[in-house]
Design a protein around this ligand. Structure first.
Ligand code: ZN
Length: 92
């Protein structure tokens, strides 16, 4: 059985999705049963999951749509920096 510390450490250092099936099972087992870290680590996994899904969705969107051309990107950057009053984008 894993300890709370081990579970948190693994989740901190690695993506839940990239773990081997056995480790994933052990982690989930602990999280389901543990009253101490279960709720917290469940949320960690959920948020990793959300990020993963978002990345995947973004990738599939990029495949369908061509990336924004450089001119439009620059115009957008300028607009954003003007609106936020932030000059970091001009400083390159
Ligand atoms: Zn625990």
């Amino acid at each position: 059985m894993l300890t709370c510390k081990q579970v948190s450490k693994v989740l901190q250092n690695e993506d839940y999705e990239n773990l081997s099936p056995l480790r994933r099972f052990l982690l989930m087992f602990h999280i389901k049963l543990c009253a101490v870290c279960g709720k917290f680590n469940r949320q960690v996994i959920d948020s990793q999951d959300m990020c993963c899904n978002f990345k995947r969705q973004e990738e599939s969107l990029l495949e369908k749509e061509p990336p924004m051309d450089a001119d439009r990107k620059d115009a957008l950057k300028k607009l954003l920096s003007e609106q936020s009053g932030d000059s970091t984008l001009h400083r390159s």
